[in-house]
Design a binder for this molecule. Sequence first.
Ligand code: ADP
Ligand code: ADP
Ligand code: MG
Length: 500
Amino acid sequence: MQGRPITSILIANRGEIALRVMASARAMGIRTIAIYAEDDAHLPFVREADEAHSLGDGALKETYLNIEKIVTIAKAAKADAIHPGYGFLSENAAFAEAVVKAGIVFIGPSPEVISLMGDKVRAREAAKKIGVPLVPGYDGPEQDAGKLEKEAQRIGFPLLIKAAAGGGGKGMRIVESIEGFGEACRSAQSEAQAAFGDGRVFLEKYLLRPRHIEVQVFSDSHGNHVHLFERECSIQRRHQKIVEETPSPGVKDKAKLLETAVTIARGISYRGAGTVEFIADESGAFYFLEMNTRLQVEHPVTEMVTGVDLVRWQIIEAGGGKVPLTQGEIRQNGHAIEVRLYAEDPDQGFLPTGGTIRRVGEPAGFGVRFENGYEDGCAVATRYDPMLAKLAAHGATREEAAERLVEALGKTFFSGVKTNRSYLQRILRSKAFLAGDTTTDFVGRHAAQVARREPSDEEMALALAAVLGGKDSWVPGSSHARSPGMTETPWVKLAGFRVA
Ligand code: ADP
Ligand code: ADP
Ligand code: MG
């Protein structure tokens, strides 16, 4: 169905990513169609769309994961195309196939390519054939305990058990020694079976202190394949990214990395936007991790340094167009950093919080980009991903981008819901981050540096003076009354503060 102009798009997603996709579609004069579960009926993305259709109530498989329902709505609404966003059905080959069969354009690669890259074992095989280095491990078909244990002994410890069908940091187990292996393997297999309907696992040597470096690629149906440079996303919790930036402060052989990603895209005849993820060891050697066949949460940092609207490119490509720029025309300008704002508590093991947002504070400023799915009075349902918004800043240098992002975070709030906002500020202000010492164990290794610090007496006095003096211009976390490391608002502490 590729190859005809697109005049309407149904967005099979919710929250901030639905709004993000609509913004580009709107600018192109395209009619936008939202679908929503009833508990999302009050969210801005429903109102912002040109039209919106209810998916009804119930579990995710009845709503955002219901392929049949979504395709039926798309047909009835006469959608030319469907954009899947990220998460949900974005990497579901059966969905892409159902969409194409219904005569609707799927904004993404072919179902065959989605299915190839969605299976990490098959993806490893494809990468190996193309000559791309892999993390040493075992990815054979045999899944019985005896065989896996023997392979584990051969690979050595620590090692990582991964689900072949895994994603979003789910279905992984780090194993330190052979004693714990059998049990970890069994629980990984049953977790994978429950979460992905596929219990197959594979083993990888667990790299110590690596960096997660990925490459944004873009391809069209005319055989053009380009990259839009790299992103480093090493700062993670639960194997899921929370801070992302470009350029990478730690990439060694950048030209080779970028070229390898393009070789993979070409090797599998990729189409559209994709991300090739690598893991780099301390020597700088890099290995293929996986390929995500969709738009990524961290795509804004790439857009900020290249000036390219990736959603616009996706729509152009899905309509049969060519990649709008040549490789030589795509430049990396300055530095951009993104943080993911989550409804979660970093002091309680990043446990999702939820609740109702009383008021949203929206940042603004030079080089700042805020993409948010919520507004005043919105409930944050725990059945969905706890990411509330993404915030990114661009600067001529890394330092400038980090400073702008800290300042913007100070102005951002979701009152009524506990978020990771001040935790993100502490990361961005830490010596380790500013020195580019960003490896995937950052959160654990630098826990002390980014730990919450009680405000000093001086800071408390300053905050109190601001209150008593009626200086309502005093904004918690802004550059007033701020010292390095002190980012949590002293307001919350005031109730218990005794004036001597
Ligand atoms: P990205 O890969 O775009 O950097 P994540 O890996 O965090 O971001 O995934 C983006 C979103 O998609 C998150 O909401 C995550 O929970 C969800 N997600 C990713 N892969 C899967 C999967 N296989 N199954 C379910 N949800 C997934
Ligand atoms: P997902 O599909 O869940 O995104 P990935 O394979 O991309 O799975 O891995 C997610 C994260 O887990 C990586 O960014 C990295 O931090 C960590 N990781 C994955 N494989 C390894 C490995 N072999 N050694 C060390 N860390 C790893
Ligand atoms: Mg990944």
